[in-house]
Design a protein around this ligand. Sequence first.
Ligand code: ZN
Length: 287
Amino acid sequence: MGKSVLTIRLDDITPDMDWGKFERLKAIFDKYGIKPLIGVVPDNQDPKLKVGKARADFWEYILELQKDGWSISQHGYTHVYDSQNGGLLGLHRFSEFAGLPYEVQFDRLKRGQEILQSHGIYATIFMAPGHTFDENTLKALKELDFQYVTDGYASEPYKRSGLTFIPCKISSPKAVTGYDTLCLHLNHMSEAEMEELHKFLGNNKDLVVSYAKVLDEDFHKEYNDKIASEEEKALRARNKRKNVANDTVMQRYLQRTYSEKKWLKQIKRILGLPRLMVELLIRKIKK
Ligand SMILES: [Zn+2]
């Protein structure tokens, strides 16, 4: 087994995001000297991402973060999903890019790039909204001189269509094997989740690194059949986990056996098993 590296990305960075939560997260990163990757939406039109008061010095502040060693990526263009295509990874059935004609995609990417550049930000990393992109997206990115994509479901970075993919498979802190990126949506993070991250970083100082440190490495491995099948397997396992999470019987079980106290939760989970079995059985008979 090769080395294990975990880095961090923050999605949905907009002038009107939840700055209170951002500052709270930044303090945690500062404590451990970690500089994450941020995904800046060039011209956000997605109402779901407008959660607070817009920061007037937004672009100056982003440049400041960059000067401080944070990595910047272009997170789409307007963050509006007007395609129902799952793209190459198929993690979601919505996209700002996948499934649309090359010219439309190129135009959106270029407009986004121009906005960032007008503020002095020259991003070579692309962060696809919804993790959705297709071959045309990659072609347009290459044409626009992008070098990296923060996505991929393999255990190590690979090159595809002339771009380097840095894997991004997890959305809650956990020890990983191989290369991975923890994807955080700060607008939705609870205080408990912030505290969990805080503890995790304290306990995994050798594992978690700044994004720039990963970019410093040279990755040459081309996407091949072996990587493709590894990626497929990981995606299947992920979809299975997601199905459990979306299952109403399972959800009710997890809710009624939940406790803030870990030991109590474990006991409740075990004691709740017979009822879960009965409910699953009833559902099976009804079908
Ligand atoms: Zn997003």
